[in-house]
Structures are given as structure tokens and as C-alpha cells.
Design a protein around this ligand. Structure first.
Ligand SMILES: [Zn+2]
Length: 262
């Protein structure tokens, strides 16, 4: 694997803009729980604008995966993301796992969301499943509808092509903010990690990926990473990435293009 400009590895900053849809998708009663939904509303009200300011200040590109229903609920935010020049990818229409959908439902969600997002004047090149999981139909539907890459599987350190040509940009729980910071008020079983703890994990993993010449996809959620303490952490982490030798930071579509040679 060779990276542009002789870089030793690539880094993608990705944000899954789930907002209230995380809860609305799985629980019909969630619509009547403003306290619960307010955690997601924070992503749209505060976190996305702050993340955009941070990306702008650092001059970094990012990819935002957005469920179609979130793009309808928070159209202004998606407009801001596109206006700032960042890539937008599909993340379901609802935030339901494709494994819970029939083939027709999954295709309908993909087509509908792609149309909604492209209505903001941007091309949709990629797909991230709301569950990081595929149904038996997912890959075929992506290819059939011209979606060039997926960012869902954990089987490699380097991007690669599925047999039907769709590019895979591998992810990992280690590099997901929710795995470290998510707190569930329903059961209280999970401790909230300190930013310093996550910094150590992400920094070491990135250095290891650079040693092996791979791709480091950070998966973040505005409502999770957008708390003030974590924004400070993200800012300094991005600064560390920018100062490292041999790192190419790019949007997911640009990384996928290095695999297809387009
Ligand atoms: Zn999501």
C-alpha cells in the first residue's frame, strides 16, 4: 500500500451525526422522552458547530456520516457541514441496523438517504452502517446504487476492495469515541473514561498503524466527542497528528480513491 506524497499512513476523522435518531430508531417511546433526546440534540445544537470551528481552525478535512432522518431534522447543520467543504456519507435513513431490515427496506433507506443528502449539493460516495454491520444484501445494494466505499469492517489495517469492487475502509472499536466515553443512564454500568486515557489509546494505536503503513479511521459522534473537555482533547490530538511525520489526513472518499486509482 502506498500513500500520496510518500506518507507512511493515512488518517480519517469521521463523525457519525446520529443526534436524537440513536434513540428514536430503536424505541417508539423515545419520542416522548425529551430528557433522553436532549443528549442527541446537543450534537446538533452545540457539538457540530464546535467541531466545524475546530476543523476550520486546524484546516483539516472530515467525513460526516448522517442518517437521512437526521438530515431532515437538522438540515441547517448538514448545510453547514457541506458549506465547510466536508464530505457527507450515508448512515441509514433511520438509525436501524441493516440486519433488521428486509432487502426492500434497506434499499429504500439507502436510496432515500442518498437523495436527501445529495439534495444539499454534494455527492454521496460512502456508506457507514448504523451498526457497523452488513445484511446479506448490503454490499450488493451499495454497488447497485453507485456507493463506492464502505467503512464498517474490522478485518484489515489497510483499505481493500470487496469482490464486487466496493472499497472497504476498516474501522475498530478502539478508535471509536463511544466505546470509551458512552454513558448509558439506563443501567449505569459503564464508567466514563478520562480524555487522557483515550489520548493514550488513540496515540499508541496511530503510531502502531503508522509503523505498519495502514489506515487509522477515527469514528466519533458529535454528541459524545463534542463535550468541552473532549473538544480540548480532540484539538490537541489533531495537533499531534498534524505534527507527526508521514501522516496523510484525508476524507474517506479521497482515501477510497487511492485504492481504485481514480
Ligand atoms: Zn450512528
Amino acid at each position: 500500500m502506498t500513500w500520496p506524497s510518500g506518507a507512511r499512513c493515512a488518517v480519517a476523522f469521521t463523525f457519525d451525526f446520529d443526534a436524537e435518531e440513536v434513540w428514536l430508531a430503536g424505541d417508539p417511546d423515545a419520542a416522548s422522552k425529551p430528557g433522553l433526546l436532549s443528549m442527541g440534540a446537543y450534537g446538533a445544537n452545540v457539538a457540530v458547530p464546535e467541531i466545524l470551528r475546530l476543523l476550520d481552525r486546524r484546516g483539516l478535512p472530515a467525513t460526516f456520516f448522517v442518517p437521512g432522518r437526521v438530515a431532515e431534522m437538522h438540515a441547517d447543520r448538514v448545510r453547514d457541514i457541506v458549506a465547510a467543504g466536508h464530505e457527507v456519507g450515508a448512515h441509514g435513513y433511520t438509525h436501524r441496523s441493516p440486519t433488521a431490515l428486509s432487502r426492500a427496506e434497506e434499499e429504500d433507506e439507502l436510496v432515500k438517504t442518498t437523495g436527501i443528502l445529495e439534495g444539499f449539493g454534494t455527492a454521496v460516495r460512502g456508506y457507514r452502517s448504523p451498526a457497523w454491520e452488513f445484511s446479506v444484501n448490503t454490499l450488493e445494494l451499495l454497488a447497485a446504487h453507485g456507493i463506492g466505499y464502505s467503512s464498517n469492517l474490522m478485518d484489515r489495517l489497510h483499505p481493500y476492495r470487496h469482490p464486487n469492487g466496493v472499497v472497504e475502509l476498516p474501522v475498530q472499536w478502539l478508535l471509536d469515541d463511544a466505546a470509551h466515553f458512552w454513558f448509558s443512564p439506563e443501567d449505569w454500568v459503564k464508567t466514563i473514561a478520562a480524555p487522557s486515557h483515550v489520548r493514550e489509546i488513540w496515540e499508541e494505536e496511530l503510531l502502531g498503524i503508522r509503523d505498519l503503513g495502514g489506515l487509522c479511521v477515527l469514528t466519533m459522534h458529535p454528541q459524545v466527542i463534542g463535550r468541552p473537555s473532549r473538544l480540548r482533547f480532540l484539538d490537541s490530538f489533531m495537533g499531534m497528528v498534524q505534527e507527526l511525520d508521514g501522516v496523510w489526513v484525508a476524507g474517506c472518499a479521497d482515501i477510497a480513491d487511492t485504492v481504485t486509482g481514480s
